[in-house]
Design a protein around this ligand. Structure first.
Ligand code: F6P
Length: 513
């Protein structure tokens, strides 16, 4: 079985949403509060350590009911079952999509890899696996790009508080200046390199790995590559040719997409940095969110509600973008991570039946941390001409217990969602100071930034992405769009420029001048 192939715009619920949009458009969010009883109870969800308040949205009761009907009419429940049961839902690559299995137990291949991750990270942290001169490993360098970089970097930074002491570094971009500077500060005797590439053909990663390998041979020796290099890949042969010993190759199953791969072998650096116990908690949190997603009714299902709001704003208000605004500096990489996860997944214009879509698919996802973002782009959010639906994410407790500063941080979080919704009328005074309000936001309040809750948070967004793709009838798990640029770059590098357009040729000449 595969996912259903239904054009959502042909459904009764969608047609009714079009009419409902006209009725609701002139409503101010604050009017909904005046007219609807129990709005907050209806439009909030408490689950485990999470509280989602979605009452500050341009969403009436009727719209919400119609959006829930849209889930029914697109067979979302059945599609969720297909996803978790390992159906070939990535049809264009004939693959199942089972990253959720990496955070649940019962699969031999998954358990075997998890044990390997735990063993390697425990051995490194307990100084049982040492560098070639017998010294403790102090630094780990992850060499990979896209899904083989963004997740591991985001999580190691987000959970820096839980670090066991080993310093993580990331080489992703093909920028020799950056890599040279990083290598200058590293000692080959105490550094472990992890080459992460599902295909082991990605040019940036292979070039960077070769540069690092040459540096290592110059500063240590080729004979000890086996002690300092680990490969994580779905390609069984290429890492061996690189000189990596079989014991140091961890697999990525075919059914794990790059941008959803941090739960398995790609997460090795995470487990090394935060320790295997914390890594297991991280997986547990994600698994718990999966269970919530699978079993909760749509109206009380956090990923589903977030997905429905995203579709509502993108397709009816034509918002185009949505912002992720964590009130925690540790989460500064979360927007970048979600950008790839969402935009590489749902940035499609052909539906699952092979037809060109006549509606909007993936939104542009961006964001930054509060309060920094307040001093950068919030002006446009408050008084600009665009509507930017946003997720505000805050934590009840600070990690180090500085409750005074944490209160300032969270007061800002509260103030911004309030100001966006309510605005301020200057009636008669300076019109430039008038703020209309009526700007939507979700408030996501989480007990504490810990491995368990971060696992749940990331799984929440992954399941939101699935839901959007499911309803909007696109294949979320391929990424053919990024392949074209890669092959043209190879041709340019090989000097094959005949097929290039004149503008690109001219720019190429400029680069050579
Ligand atoms: O950018 C395209 C992409 O294929 C991503 O989907 C993937 O995460 C990244 O390249 C890296 O690929 P690999 O892990 O095979 O090196």
């Amino acid at each position: 079985m595969a996912l259903t192939k239904i054009n959502p715009t042909k459904l009764p619920s969608w047609k009714k949403l079009v009419q409902q949009f006209d009725k609701d458009y002139d409503y101010h969010i604050s009017d909904f509060f005046k007219e609807e009883n129990n709005r907050i109870e209806k439009f909030s969800i408490s689950w485990n350590n999470f509280y989602l308040d979605f009452s500050k949205n341009r969403l009436s009761n009727n719209t919400f009911k119609l959006l829930a009907n849209l889930c029914e009419e697109t067979n979302l429940k059945n599609n969720i079952d297909q996803y978790f049961n390992g159906a070939i839902i990535n049809e264009t690559e004939s693959r199942a999509v089972l990253h959720t299995a990496l955070r649940s137990s019962g699969n031999d291949e998954v358990d075997k890899t998890l044990n390997k991750i735990i063993n390697i990270s425990d051995e490194i942290n307990n100084a049982k696996r040492l560098g070639y001169t017998g010294k403790k490993i102090t630094d780990v360098v992850n060499i990979g790009i896209g899904g083989s970089h963004l997740g591991p970097e985001m999580v190691t930074e987000s959970l820096a508080y839980y670090s066991r002491g080993i310093k993580p570094h990331f080489i992703s971009n093909i920028d020799s200046d950056f890599t040279s500077k990083l290598l200058k500060g590293l000692n080959p005797e105490t550094t472990l390199f992890i080459i992460v590439s599902k295909t082991f053909t990605t040019i940036e990663t292979l070039e960077n790995a070769n540069k690092v390998r040459a540096w290592f041979i110059d500063n240590a020796s080729e004979n000890v590559i086996k002690d300092h290099f680990i490969a994580i890949s779905n390609n069984a042969e290429a890492p061996k040719k690189f000189g990596i010993s079989q014991d140091n190759i961890l697999s990525i199953p075919d059914w794990v997409g790059g941008r959803f791969s941090l739960w398995g072998s790609v997460g090795l650096i995470i487990s090394i940095v935060i320790g295997s116990k914390n890594f297991k908690d991280f997986l547990k949190g994600a698994h718990e969110m999966d269970i919530h997603f699978k079993n909760s009714p749509f109206e009380k299902n956090i990923p589903v509600v977030l997905a429905l709001l995203s579709i509502w704003y993108n397709n009816f208000f034509m918002c185009e973008t949505e912002a992720v605004l964590p009130y925690s500096q540790f989460l500064s990489k979360l927007p970048d991570y979600l950008q790839q996860a969402s935009m590489e997944s749902n940035g499609k214009s052909i539906d699952r039946s092979g037809e060109r879509v006549n509606y909007e698919t993936g939104s542009i996802v961006w964001g930054s941390t509060g309060t920094n973002a307040q001093h950068a782009f919030f002006q446009l959010m408050h008084q600009g001409t665009k509507i930017i639906p946003s997720d505000f994410i805050a934590f009840k407790k600070s990690l180090y217990g500085d409750s005074d500063q944490h209160e300032i941080l969270n007061s800002n979080f509260l103030a911004q969602t309030n100001a966006l919704m309510m605005g301020k009328s200057t009636s008669g005074e300076d019109i430039h100071k008038n703020i209309d309000g009526n700007k939507p936001s979700n408030s996501i309040v989480i007990n504490k930034l810990d491995p368990l809750n971060l696992g749940s948070l990331i799984a929440m967004y992954e399941n939101k992405i699935f839901t959007i793709g499911s309803i909007l009838n696109v294949f979320s798990y391929d990424q053919w769009g990024v392949e074209l640029g890669k092959s043209i770059a190879k041709e340019i590098l090989a000097g094959k420029t005949v097929d290039l357009d004149n503008s690109t040729k001219k720019t190429m000449d400029q680069l050579k001048k």
